[in-house]
Ligand binder design. Structure first.
Ligand code: DGL
Length: 281
């Protein structure tokens, strides 16, 4: 086995989301890979991204990636489906070669699509996501490449992120919108047997989602899938693995109020954290 020499060129793994949703990914990554250092960045001041245009999501995501690189990250995970759908490919193909071809940015859509083949029996897949993710067609495109026989149905759920961001995921008002979007999805095809929660905020609504999901349908959450995929990536790329610092720490950054972020994030993470305010440009 080749022992990589990183010459102390190490830094934390960056995890980025428009707001709090990526914390559902971060917590699973840290459970599986506790040895690494992480920086979590939430662009809460400009969230939600779901209804924003392609150009704006790309611009905001690129600013976040550059900030995480400037903070020392060699590897950044876009823990946001909307950013993965609208910005990842351009950043990988056009920006990274200019910024630093040895750094990497990875998304959440591809690893999620990879597991679907081992779950579905009917080959009919439902995707619940933000308007931006669904409109981008990223899921049907990736699913079509990997599983040409599958049929994909996308359902935008524009009220779900605001419900989560406003801490209303347990509230009775959430039931109306949870039921509404699930019913709309299954009115497209009752044989859908696998539904992807294609937005990192949605696991907070999981209990309500399961109340209204037809029996026998498998609901796919992304956290553990993305964590497994990162572990496998680092095993296959020792030249990157040795550039990930190993102190077991995590720094939290937000573009909004650090007090608000810390208070909300502690609900997502079930632990108390402190947060640094930063500005993106
Ligand atoms: N959590 C993000 C995602 O996975 C979306 C939230 C937003 O609309 O900003 O798509």
């Amino acid at each position: 086995m080749i022992i990589e020499d990183c010459n102390n060129d190490v830094g934390p793994i960056g995890v980025f989301d428009s707001g709090y949703g990526g914390l559902t990914i971060l917590s699973e990554i840290r459970k599986l890979l506790p040895q690494y250092d992480y920086i979590y960045l939430g662009d809460n001041a400009r969230a939600p991204y779901g209804s924003r245009s392609f150009d704006i999501v790309y611009q905001f995501t690129l600013e976040a990636v550059k900030h995480l690189f400037d903070s020392g990250c060699r590897l950044v995970i876009l823990a946001c489906n909307t950013a993965s759908a609208k910005a990842l490919r351009t950043i990988q193909q056009c920006d990274l070669p200019k910024i630093d071809p040895t750094r990497r940015v990875l998304g959440v859509i591809r690893p999620t699509v990879e597991v679907l083949g081992s779950i579905t029996k009917t080959g009919k897949i439902g995707i619940l996501g933000t308007a931006g993710t669904i409109k981008s067609e990223s899921y049907p495109i990736e699913i079509g490449k990997m599983y040409p026989g599958f049929v994909t149905y996308g359902q935008p759920c524009p009220m779900w992120v605001p419900l989560v961001e406003c801490r209303e995921w347990e509230g009775s008002g959430a039931d109306y919108f949870v039921k509404k979007y699930i019913d709309q999805l299954f009115s497209l095809d009752a044989e859908i047997d696998t539904v992807v929660l294609g937005c990192t905020h949605y696991p907070l609504l999981y209990h309500k989602i399961m109340q209204y999901m037809p029996q026998g349908v498998t609901v796919v959450k992304q956290g553990a899938i993305v964590a497994d995929s990162l572990q496998s990536y680092l095993e296959r790329h020792p030249e990157m693995e040795c550039r990930c610092s190993k102190g077991g720490g995590c720094e939290y950054q937000t573009t909004e109020s650090s007090e608000n972020f810390s208070s909300m994030a502690s609900v997502f993470l079930s632990e108390t954290i402190s947060t640094k305010h930063i500005t993106l440009k």
